[in-house]
Design a protein around this ligand. Sequence first.
Ligand SMILES: [Zn+2]
Length: 296
Amino acid sequence: MSVRAAAGFALLGLLAASAQAAPAPAEGGGAVLAAACAGKDGWNDPAPPARIFGNVYYVGTCGIAALLVASPRGHILIDGATREAAPLVAANIRRLGFDPAAVRILLNSHAHADHAGGLAALKRLTGGRLVARAEAKTVLESGATDPADPQAGTIPDFPGVAVDRIVADGKAVRLGPLALTAVATPGHTAGGTSWRWRSCEQGTCRTLVYADSLTAVGPDSYRFRDHPALVAAFRSSFRRIAALPCDILVTPHPGASNLFERLAGRAPLADRGACAAYAAAAGRRLDERLAREASR
Ligand SMILES: [Zn+2]
């Protein structure tokens, strides 16, 4: 092959790669997503996909986030929504012009049915490998709620999914140009994990944080005040999220970070105080819960 032909092929490869990384958005983006989900936050309410920023796309439902972080060397999918919504997530990946089979890695925020229930089906469909923190492995693989989880017995189990690789707190999951760092945020579940990474759009680079649920939820019969180690884990997670570099916050329940309004342009997408505010609000709710328990 001549040098020129080789260069031509390289250029074609580059064009194909950039097309794969950032397809022309066939879908209408954030405003269409916000309109489609107005008044809806059901776990399985179908939502159109939308670009969030750069190579990061919303592929979840109206009530449950799933994110595709795309690259020419394959994609990373964060969260699988519910078992019922897994086909919607796959369809959204296709609607954006991406091939689900190019998803090489699956990640999770926390191992509850609404965020991990679709992972088994999406893993089969994509052929990707599931990477998780060691503390999440048992529940992800069994699909059965941890008996120590405050919500044990009140939330459904989900299809178990094999964990292929463990990532330690503070370490990055890498794929081609992608590097997503695991941030241990236990509390809501023991294996709860937030993810942070950099993405760029038209020369502007931002730190994105997919901050896990920080809510202290449990039936009235559960008393957080009887579980000081769990309360300490929550408080440590609040501090970690508050201290993260954080330009764009996304949360597993999109409403918890006002995501659709921000994608529709009705609130700023980037807000450096968003992670700190999210953590502070969770801290206030935990304090209120502890105060209620103390007054019973
Ligand atoms: Zn949960």
